[in-house]
Design a protein around this ligand. Structure first.
Ligand code: APR
Length: 258
């Protein structure tokens, strides 16, 4: 295990990191937390953006130009969810959510991931800032609904019966991520900010650590390797999320029960 402590705020961090379960933690997760479940990340070698041009499959312009290609891309990723299971990192966060709620604290789980592995790992409240693979939205009537099947231009909206108007409920590049006001408020009220499995290269999520740090909130990263904004974190644990997240949660739970 590789543990590093950084930053000028070190003495403050050492005090504030000894928090109890009645405190508020905001956790941001990215593709790295699902990597150990077999879900591809975006920017690692062989990742999704090495195989697809994001401008073609993950922008409003790409969808306008070739909706069938975009549907095929998300159909593949949606059906791929049937092949994967949550890992120990997802489960550990679910365990921590319950322990903190029982103790009068809160764990706000914000994810950039569009998979449903946090929910299947047991988390009750998950803020999907980039949308969800298993939801669709009708561009005609606006209804959002759970969706398991493939989408095509022949798919009819069950609400308004328009044809070909259902799109993945996914935030594409150039679109505004969801729940931004709620996330800002949660960070402002946090006692610790923890980033797990994200490269820190996509804003606004990559800016959360800066927001937290400017408020004097201790920030910790758990990742396979230092992220692009690793220098902003006060503490870091490097290694696979499925190992490091359960270790962190167990340390937190045992330090409290002692
Ligand atoms: N455990 C922990 N971290 C891991 C693991 C692992 N097993 N495997 C990879 N990682 C780390 C990588 O080192 C990298 O820093 O996870 C990070 C994944 O980074 P990205 O592929 O860039 O994914 P993410 O940060 O979630 O991307 C953000 O970009 O394209 C958009 O909308 C997409 O939500 C996504 C956003």
């Amino acid at each position: 295990m590789n543990v590093t402590m950084r930053g000028l705020l070190r003495p403050v961090i050492l005090i504030r990191c000894h928090m109890d379960l009645s405190s508020n933690i905001v956790v941001l997760t990215g593709a790295g937390i699902s990597a150990d479940s077999g879900v591809a990340t975006f920017r690692d070698s062989g990742g999704i953006w090495a195989k697809y041009d994001y401008r073609e499959v993950a922008t409003p312009e790409g969808y306008a130009a070739n909706p069938t290609l975009v549907h095929e891309f998300y159909n593949l990723r949606r059906s791929g969810l049937n092949e994967v299971e949550p890992n120990a990192a997802h489960q550990a966060l679910a365990k921590l959510e319950i322990a903190m709620a029982d103790a009068g604290g809160s764990l706000t789980l914000v994810t950039q991931n569009v998979d449903d592995l946090h929910e299947r790992g047991g988390s009750k409240s998950v803020w999907h800032m980039h949308g969800e693979l298993r939801k669709v939205r009708c561009t005609a009537c606006g209804q959002i609904r759970h969706w398991q099947q493939d989408l095509s231009l022949k798919t009819e909206c069950p609400a308004c019966h328009a044809l070909g108007t259902l799109r993945p409920h996914i935030v594409w590049f150039g679109e505004m991520p969801m729940l931004m006001d709620e996330i800002a408020e949660a960070i402002a009220n946090a006692d610790q900010f923890v980033s797990i499995g994200t490269s820190g290269s996509v804003y606004p999520a990559a800016g959360f650590v800066g927001e937290a740090r400017s408020l004097g909130i201790p920030c910790m990263e758990i990742n396979l390797e230092p992220s692009e904004n690793a220098y902003l974190f006060d503490a870091a644990f490097y290694g696979p999320a499925a190992e490091q997240v359960p270790l962190w949660v167990e340390r937190l739970l045992s330090s409290v029960s002692r």
